[in-house]
Ligand binder design. Structure first.
Ligand code: PLP
Length: 235
């Protein structure tokens, strides 16, 4: 099987996993939590791989490195794709991110959020954002602590050119399904608490990757971010 055919087959296999996980957690029932969106994480993979996934019906892609992401966007300008940024945002890169992406999942500092809002052009729709939450405590350095999330959420929600959609997490890798579920449940509970305390209506839980998407969907993920299971192992 050539690489392009493999991507189409892998995508189909991931869609089947998502559908099975939705079914198992009762999420295909009418009025249940919204369906899961598959975000294809294309970092390190060339535009040809993205074209293959697009030909197989995939429309939303995620990148972790700014320059790599915008290089690919310019070579793919002939096709309509949604672009999500999921890596750390440095302050000297906020303008490029604000101008070239539809979503940012990795907001962890108010200052970065302010810059993104100031730099989002008025002719573009507001930048859709998630706060990255550190649900693993000591085991992870990125993301805001659950304790500090309320302050950050209330600041971000006031920024005119951003639209706060929800929360994202990258828990510590583990094969322990019970621990996977616990981390994702923490994110779901935090979303409900923030919505209640701040009167928000955040609707997005960005959680689950190639190895743990079933656990994330069982706990209410609305976006899963999948790289390896679609494109293969990164080198
Ligand atoms: C790379 C990456 C992914 C995809 O991980 P896989 O294990 O390859 O599916 C998801 N989310 C973030 C933030 C990433 O950096």
């Amino acid at each position: 099987m050539d690489y392009m055919t493999a991507i189409a087959a892998n995508l189909q296999a991931v869609r089947t996993r998502i559908a099975a996980a939705e079914r198992e957690s009762g999420r295909t029932v009418a009025n249940a939590t919204p369906a899961v969106t598959l975000l294809a994480v294309s970092k390190t993979w060339p535009p040809t791989a993205i074209r293959a996934a697009h030909a197989a019906g995939q429309r939303a892609f995620a990148e972790s490195y700014v320059q790599e992401g915008i290089d690919k966007q310019s070579s793919l300008h002939d096709i309509a794709l949604a672009w999500h940024f999921i890596g750390p945002v440095q302050s000297n890169k906020t303008r490029v991110v604000a101008e070239h992406f539809d979503w940012v999942h990795s907001i962890e500092r108010e200052k970065i959020a302010q810059r993104l809002s100031e730099q989002r052009r008025v002719d573009l729709s507001p930048l859709q954002v998630c706060l990255q939450i550190n649900v693993s405590g000591e085991a992870s350095k990125s993301g805001v602590s659950p304790r500090d999330a309320q302050l950050l959420a209330s600041a971000v929600t006031k920024l005119p050119r951003l639209r706060l959609r929800g929360l994202m997490c990258i828990p510590e890798p583990t094969d322990d399904v019970v621990l996977q579920r616990r981390r994702f449940a923490q994110l779901r509970e935090l979303l409900a608490t923030l919505n209640g305390d701040l009167g928000l209506s955040m609707d997005t839980l960005s959680m689950g990757m190639s190895d743990d998407l079933e656990a994330a969907i069982a706990e209410g993920a609305t976006i899963v971010r999948v790289g390896t299971a679609i494109f293969g192992a990164r080198v």
